[in-house]
Ligand binder design. Structure first.
Ligand code: RIB
Length: 318
């Protein structure tokens, strides 16, 4: 791996959401019209953008800035403290006249989750001249889809114009304009998301992963298909797809594991790693995240990721 100095101020710029998660642990999913009793409820820092930025900085060791928006409320203060502690620069986060985004997260005994997001201030994320400059001067821009899609498209176009690597985590599922996809260098997408995108862009209705990957690679050269606790498939132009498996773990909570993956992937790419090397480090970090409750608090530090990579095991907490 080649360690790259940042071209400008930051190695990674994340454009994305910041939420406070109200996470409840349920014995099973309630059906429509049904109530279940949760065993615990906790508030955690979260939001795909904030989680990914924290992962890039803390677990990936990259100089990272977040472009986002939050309200002037207690949730914003919680998020700001979390991001600062993770080493993320928050000077490009706007304070807007709207409540900070929130998510209601239900987690079952196996650690699987169901998430409902209230967009709030995330719907007011926009890119000013200073933000476009940040993007142009960074090595990697990472975005997801909890902020307006036109803003993500603008970030992708700015990254392409500057020669900055643009990584899109296409979650949650949304309709994506073809011109956005054309400016993506690395697409990280779940199996479900890949099916949606293949249907949207190619009228293709397939459940066959290799066919889906080949279809998406007609537009985006590098695609990482995530498959939950099974790991991911890394597909790069001209190479056979590579399966990267999650380390042996007993998952406690899946929330934030995908974001940890994305943030570390971006950080490693910014430092000159190949996509395959970056995916291995990202998987090690995500494996650790799976063993811890909450989104933001589950993100490991760089020492833990190095240990997991070296041993193939998730290190004990602490
Ligand atoms: O990916 C997990 C995140 O999705 C949670 O932190 C929640 O806020 C939602 O944005």
């Amino acid at each position: 791996m080649v360690e790259g100095a940042p071209v400008g101020g930051f190695q990674v710029v994340v454009v994305g959401s910041a939420n406070v998660d109200l996470e409840v642990r349920v014995p099973r999913w309630p059906g429509p019209g049904e109530s279940v009793i949760a065993s615990t409820s906790e508030r955690f820092p979260g939001g795909k953008g904030a989680n990914q930025a924290a992962a890039a900085a803390k677990a990936g060791g990259a100089r990272t800035a977040l472009i986002s928006a939050w309200g002037s409320d207690a949730d914003a203060a919680l998020l700001e403290a979390f991001l600062r502690q993770a080493g993320v620069d928050t000077s490009a986060v706007r304070t807007v006249d709207c409540p900070t985004g929130m998510a209601i997260v239900m987690v079952d005994p196996e650690g699987a989750n169901v998430v409902t997001v209230v967009t709030g201030a995330n719907g007011r994320v926009e890119l000013g001249d200073g933000d476009l400059e940040l993007i142009a001067q960074s090595r990697v821009v990472l975005a997801q889809l909890e902020v307006p899609v036109p803003v993500v498209a603008q970030a992708a176009a700015a990254a392409r114009a500057a020669g900055t690597i643009f990584v899109l985590n296409a979650a949650p599922t949304a309709v994506l304009p073809p011109e956005l996809l054309k400016n993506v260098d690395v697409l990280v997408v779940s199996q479900h998301g890949a099916r949606e995108l293949a249907a949207q862009h190619f009228g293709m209705y397939s459940t066959d992963d290799p066919s889906l990957l080949r279809a998406l690679q007609r537009v985006v050269p590098s695609v990482v298909m995530t498959r939950g606790v099974e790991g991911s498939v890394v597909a790069e132009a001209g190479q056979d797809p590579e399966v990267v498996r999650v380390l042996p773990v007993e998952p406690v909570d899946h929330t934030g594991a995908g974001d940890t993956f994305d943030g570390v992937l971006a950080a490693r790419l910014a430092k000159g790693a190949t996509l395959s090397e970056a995916a291995r480090a990202a998987t090690a970090a995500a494996s650790i995240s799976l063993t811890r409750p909450g989104a933001g608090p589950s993100i490991p530090d760089a020492r833990e990721v190095a240990l997991a990579l070296a041993t193939g095991q998730v290190p004990p907490a602490g």
